[in-house]
Design a protein around this ligand. Structure first.
Ligand code: ADP
Ligand code: MG
Length: 383
């Protein structure tokens, strides 16, 4: 639970001054998986789990950051920040400060308290939420108010170069540009976006399979290699195909036979996923929930069969959901090989849905899943 009064009070006690407080949300991706590095489309929503950042200036030249989650403090001279994150949680906020200063923002020395209720490392992007909350806090002290797109890019850069994680732009972008009761269709290449309304009587139910198979890291690199291999083959016929985003199902029909079977299937997932993701935004805009649910089911099947990035547990969670009353659509969300499924559920049936999903999943797998009921929330803001 986020507690604005609590963090304000604790910050004041610890650092002796009343802070300004900022909130940035976590997110769930409704559809559009592994399309980001192909220059394609994703459609996340900000959720009502997030990170609070409370900030006050200091006069001793230091940056002092306390994390309520880790019960730990770090302290550095602002002019002598470590070269990189060093695998420590503080790399996320320190990276943001370093990148903001390199970009010319006059962030002064400060004390910062962070507290989040996004489950860490569960694929709901606690990392972007701590980055964006820190950025808003630091920028407020610098007296700067850049475009939200610029903030998202700077935070992504902090995670890429300072933390050393090769994430795309989706997480930071949705934290910066999400909107209450809306999903956001993002073109990962141009960063053009449009909001698509999620009816208020729909719950986002996020079900954590509680597994993350160890192959996930290695397979990610393998998938990217396969996608690049397929893109090159198509590009040899149509040089205007810069990224797989530019290719069509027609291209695949004509030249897919030149690809090894696994490469063909990876490319087919991405090309069809881009179509499904745009279609899903259109379905939301038209209020066509049946169509949205069908697209989510097709996306899961493609992720499972063509991209081979699902796992037994995630399939069990999706299949269990598909038997339950109230479900609109379910699929595995995130990088794959475990993590969370996302379920769109009629709100009046959501409580029962959660209980039954939990029980069915336990009966099938023996695992006690954590299941969260969320709704699409606002972008990062001052509180
Ligand atoms: P995800 O973004 O899916 O939650 P990541 O591995 O990308 O997973 O980021 C999780 C990491 O972000 C945590 O292990 C921690 O280092 C950092 N982090 C997120 N929230 C906080 C917080 N409130 N306090 C300190 N570190 C945090
Ligand atoms: Mg992350």
């Amino acid at each position: 639970m986020l507690d604005v009064n609590g963090i304000t009070k604790k910050h004041a006690e610890r650092f002796g001054a009343e802070p300004a407080v900022f909130l940035a949300p976590g997110r769930v991706n409704l559809i559009g998986e592994h399309t980001d590095y192909a220059g394609g489309f994703v459609m996340p929503a900000a959720i009502d789990f997030g990170t609070l950042a409370a900030i006050t200036p200091r006069s001793d030249g230091r940056v002092v950051i306390w994390s309520e989650n880790f019960n730990e403090q770090v302290s550095h001279q602002l002019e002598g920040l470590p070269k990189n994150g060093g695998g420590h949680w503080s790399g996320y906020p320190l990276g943001v400060v370093k990148i903001l200063r390199e970009a010319g923002f006059a962030v002064p020395p400060f004390s910062l308290t962070v507290q989040g209720d996004v489950p860490l490392g569960a694929g709901l992007s606690s990392s972007a939420s701590i980055e964006v909350a820190t950025a808003l806090a630091a920028l407020s002290l610098a007296g700067a108010n850049p475009e939200r797109e610029a903030i998202a890019k700077l935070c992504q850069r902090a995670e890429n170069v300072y933390v050393g994680a090769s994430c795309g732009i989706m997480d930071q972008f949705i934290a910066c540009r999400g909107a209450e009761n809306h999903a956001l269709l993002l073109d990962c290449r141009s960063l053009e976006y449009r909001l698509a309304p999620i009816p208020v009587n729909i719950s986002l139910v996020i079900a954590n399979t509680m597994v993350k198979h160890a192959i996930a890291g290695g397979e990610y690199g393998i998938r990217r290699g396969e996608v690049e291999e397929g893109t090159e083959i198509l590009r040899s016929h149509r040089p205007e195909i810069k990224l797989l985003r530019d290719a069509t199902t027609k291209d695949l029909e004509r030249w897919g036979a030149e690809m090894p079977d696994n490469v063909l299937r990876r490319c087919r997932h991405i090309i069809t996923e881009n179509l499904r993701t745009v279609a899903a935004a259109d379905a939301l805009a038209a209020g066509n929930l049946k169509r949205l649910g069908d697209l989510m089911a097709a996306a899961h099947a493609s992720y499972r069969d063509d991209f081979e990035a699902s796992c037994e547990e995630a399939d069990a969670m999706v299949e269990a959901a598909q038997q339950l009353p109230g479900l609109i659509g379910a699929r595995l969300t995130g990088g794959g090989f475990g993590g969370c499924t996302v379920n769109l559920v009629h709100a009046e049936l959501a409580e029962d849905f959660v209980a039954r999903l939990h029980d069915t999943y336990r009966a099938t797998t023996g695992i006690d899943a954590e299941i969260y009921r969320c709704h699409a929330s606002a972008a990062a803001h001052a509180v």
